[in-house]
Design a protein around this ligand. Sequence first.
Ligand SMILES: C[S@@+](CC[C@H](N)C(=O)[O-])C[C@H]1O[C@@H](n2cnc3c(N)ncnc32)[C@H](O)[C@@H]1O
Ligand code: SF4
Length: 455
Amino acid sequence: MLDFDKFTKYSKPGPRYTSYPTALEFSDAYGYDEYIKKLETQDSSRPISLYFHLPFCRNACYFCGCNVVFTSKEDKMLRYMDYLKRELAILSKHVDMNREVLQMHFGGGTPTFFTAPQLKEIIDEIKSYFKNFADDAEISCEIDPRHIDEAQMKVMSEAGFNRVSFGIQDFNEKVQIAVHRVQPYDITKAAMDLARKYNMISVNTDLIYGLPYQSLETFKETLSLALTLSPDRFAVFNYAHVPWMKKTMRKIDETTLPTPAEKLEIMQYTIDFLTSNGYRMVGMDHFAKPDDELFKAIEKGELHRNFQGYTTKGGADLIGVGLTSIGEGIDSYNQNFKAMHEYEEAIDAGKLPFERGVVLNDDDLIRQYVIMELMSNFKLDIKRFDEKFDVVFKDYFADAIEALKPFVEDDLLTMDENHIECSETGTLLIRNIAMPFDAYMKKHSANQKTFSKTV
Ligand SMILES: C[S@@+](CC[C@H](N)C(=O)[O-])C[C@H]1O[C@@H](n2cnc3c(N)ncnc32)[C@H](O)[C@@H]1O
Ligand code: SF4
């Protein structure tokens, strides 16, 4: 049994590195005109990955860290659909619409708060602009199992959606009540059955560890129940508790949260349990069946981390549509307005609702590579790095190498001339291991209220 108490010293605020630099570095130094120029000069031979943010939910799950608009008003949703369509029309003036679409993802909120006909209308509109979807495009949607019916699944299936992701979080009733998300097993099972009936190629389920009243014992039961659903992928997220940013999280009684040592124990058990039941770990918080294409991508060194998790479609430019959506180009990130009125005002003025972003300099690109390699593959091939960037790793990162020595002493990492590689336990602390390579960490380390805790 590992001494998890020993590792609680690593519990500190840190990014989840869905991007590098992180969204904290996005600013208005990257302006609208520069963004439009970048968009218009993107290499048209590069494929596109599309993200649509459908932000609505009716009731707040207290743990929720997503960008959500809580409403039960139909007219608000119809109005949003109208703005989405107008955003697409503006986008079509700046992007070559014949580019191949490799991926499309509907995220939220809960996209399935839109009815089946509404979803169809949105999809038809998208396809009236983007006409060149790849035959094997990955088309996916996030779904709350409490809000999905057969008509919606049918619409998605007929439109070519081939992946769905269901939020479970935890099956324990006490935990569910404490987080204001009561979701009996049968409801989740019915949603899974629908996904299978409509031949979804891949079904993912989300779990979260670190929620109120969770213990190793309760989480063991949750995992066993989740396993009976046989999803193709599991995402097992570390609860990101940021009550200074998300008001609803203040409803969570912090004294009921598991300790860092308990959380590490839960995650170690999760890894052991899922790997002994036919899954393999992918990156920081994902698991998949061994025949999943993610593993082929790992073998080829092509696994890529982005805002939706891990993907095999690394070489695409990400275009985000809708409130708060993030886009990513070869050397830039951009984000849409977060406030609905600003989002609408931009579109009313005939502009894309771009709010801010960041253009990566050479140092950012170098660090981005290292951090994303570690976050995706838990290792770094130093020779390959040196060749790719024409810099000498051990000189460029002398500080980081020094900062990683405690990890080596704790058997979390091995380092030699050619490789950096995490041990199995080291994978649990991958955010900490990536942090020394982050040039912006020093700026934020004095402020505890930036990122969620790594453990
Ligand atoms: C947009 S939701 C998924 C779809 C749907 N709204 C639902 O909840 O079923 C995205 C996922 O993010 C995860 N999530 C949300 N807030 C989180 C937090 N604070 N920490 C870790 N994971 C979180 C949850 O697992 C959730 O399923
Ligand atoms: S977790 Fe999902 S259902 Fe719950 S509030 Fe967040 S987006 Fe909505």
